[in-house]
Unconditional design. Structure first.
Length: 256
C-alpha cells in the first residue's frame, strides 16, 4: 500500500491541538496527520541555537521521522512553521501558512500588523487576572462571526490552564520576531491561506508574505482569523490541491 505523506498541523497561541481537529479530519484521506500545539513544541524542544524553542521543537519532530514533511501552521503556528523551514529547509516538502504573517507587530516599514502596545498590554495583564486577556483574544479570533458564550467560556478555561511561561514567551515571540529577510531565501514551496475579514492578521500580511516567498501562491476566503474552523472545507480543499501539486513536482524531479 502506498504510504501517505506526513502532515503536521500546528495550532496558534493559547490554542490546543484540538483547534485544528476538524481540518485534520478532512486531510486524513491524503496525509498522515499529526496535530500539535505550540505548547507541545515548547515542551519538546532540545536543540540549542538561534531558533525559537517552537521552531526547534517542530524541526525535532520532523527529523525524528526522517524529514520530508508538510507543515501547516495557523496564526503563530504558521510563523513557527516558516521559521523552522527557513532554518532547516531540507526537512520540509511544503508549507501551508494559514492566517499567518512573517511579522506579527506593525512598525514603520510594516503596516499590516498588530500595534506593539497591544501585545505589551496583553503580556502585562497575563501576569494577573488572565481571563479577560483570553476572552478578548478569542472574540477577535472569531470575528466577523461571534463566539457562543459556552464555547468562549470553555476556550478561556482551557487557555487559563496552559503553561503561563510558554504563553508569555509566545507573546514575546510575536512581538519581536521578523521573518521577512529569511523568508526571501526559502527554497520550499508554500501556500498562503488567509481570511478576508481577519481582525488580527490583516489579509494584506498574507499577500505580502506571498510576495516575500520565492515559491508561493495565495488563497483568500471569506472568514476571519479562525479560518480553519470557520471554513474548514475550503481550507482543506486548498491544502489538498497544493499537497498533490508538490508531490507531483517532487516525483517529476526524481524521475530519471
Amino acid at each position: 500500500m502506498k504510504s501517505l505523506p506526513s502532515l503536521f498541523l500546528v495550532s496558534g497561541w493559547a490554542h490546543g491541538p484540538e483547534a485544528l481537529q476538524a481540518l485534520g479530519g478532512l486531510m486524513a484521506d491524503v496525509a498522515q496527520v499529526t496535530l500539535v500545539s505550540t505548547g507541545e513544541l515548547w515542551d519538546c524542544a532540545r536543540l540549542p541555537g538561534p531558533q525559537s524553542p517552537w521552531a526547534a521543537g517542530l524541526a525535532e519532530k520532523a527529523a525524528q521521522i526522517g524529514g520530508g514533511i508538510f507543515a501547516a501552521g495557523w496564526s503563530m503556528g504558521g510563523m513557527v512553521a516558516l521559521e523552522a523551514a527557513c532554518l532547516r529547509p531540507g526537512l520540509f516538502k511544503g508549507l501551508m501558512l494559514i492566517s499567518a504573517t512573517p511579522k506579527f507587530c506593525s512598525g514603520p516599514d510594516w503596516k499590516p500588523g498588530v500595534p506593539p502596545a497591544a501585545l505589551r498590554a496583553m503580556a502585562a495583564r497575563l501576569r494577573g487576572e488572565s481571563g479577560p486577556v483570553f476572552t478578548g483574544f478569542f472574540r477577535n479570533v472569531a470575528r466577523p462571526a461571534g463566539e457562543a458564550g459556552e464555547a468562549l467560556r470553555r476556550k478561556t478555561a482551557a487557555a487559563a490552564a496552559m503553561n503561563r511561561l510558554e504563553l508569555s514567551a509566545g507573546l514575546h515571540y510575536l512581538s519581536g520576531t521578523d521573518l521577512r529577510d529569511r523568508a526571501g531565501g526559502l527554497d520550499v514551496p508554500a501556500l498562503v491561506i488567509h481570511g478576508r475579514d481577519d481582525a488580527i492578521v490583516p489579509p494584506e500580511a498574507g499577500m505580502a508574505l506571498q510576495g516575500l516567498l520565492p515559491d508561493a501562491r495565495v488563497k483568500i476566503h471569506g472568514g476571519g482569523h479562525g479560518l480553519p474552523w470557520q471554513a474548514p472545507g475550503a481550507v482543506a480543499g486548498d491544502m489538498k490541491e497544493f499537497l498533490q501539486e508538490c508531490l507531483s513536482q517532487h516525483k517529476t524531479r526524481a524521475a530519471p
